[in-house]
Design a protein around this ligand. Structure first.
Ligand code: SF4
Length: 191
């Protein structure tokens, strides 16, 4: 059984796919405890892999993009089975991970790593996208293993002014490495 927090249909508000309609599957639980975390990833219900695939179909119809997020979506033993079942159902699977738990992912899975601490270098090397949260400082120490990927997205925590200004200044000082990612779904009031 998968442990879940919520499943909903919205748009990807952040990062390189910003603006794209997507079904979000939020898995419950996380192996980190970041002090700025404002996500409710507490356990709300249990479901089989098949039931989650069915729910994605009910909510999103033919929407190709499904985002597995959390919490930490790769912390559950059945997540690889869910990824495979969604792919078999014709979905393009995206994963939003903290990159600490090595998982061998199929090539067509889009991996966005938001590094905090203890990033597994193999996940950093596998990442298609890297999103660094700026919360009163730019924690560049989390980028040690992200040597290949460009651009690194700087995401101001909570769209707060202080964090936006920090991220802006940093991106302008290193224009060929960084880009700003805003939480646009919050700006337009969608989940
Ligand atoms: S890794 Fe993400 S979900 Fe987990 S505690 Fe940190 S911010 Fe929250």
């Amino acid at each position: 059984m998968l442990q879940l927090a919520e499943i909903f249909y919205s748009i990807q508000g952040e990062g390189l796919w910003s603006g794209t309609p997507a079904v979000f599957v939020r898995l419950a639980g996380c192996n980190l405890a970041c002090d700025f975390c404002d996500t409710d990833y507490s356990l709300k219900f249990l479901a089989t892999v098949d039931r989650v695939v069915e729910r994605v179909r009910e909510l999103g119809g033919d929407c190709p993009m499904v985002i597995l997020t959390g919490g930490e979506p790769l912390a559950q033993a059945e997540t690889p089975a869910l990824i495979d079942a969604l792919r078999r159902d014709g979905r393009r699977v995206h994963i939003e991970s903290n990159g600490t738990l090595f998982t061998d992912l199929p090539e067509d899975v889009w991996l966005c790593v938001s590094p905090k601490e203890r990033v597994d270098p193999r996940m950093a090397a596998r990442a298609n996208e890297a999103k660094l949260i700026v919360d009163r400082r730019v924690p560049e120490e989390h980028l040690t293993h992200f040597t290949e990927i460009k651009p690194i997205l700087l995401q101001p925590e909570g769209n707060k002014r202080e964090n936006i200004e920090l991220a802006l200044a940093y991106a302008k000082a290193h224009p060929d490495r960084f880009r700003i990612s805003l939480q646009t779904h919050k700006l337009i009031g969608v989940p």
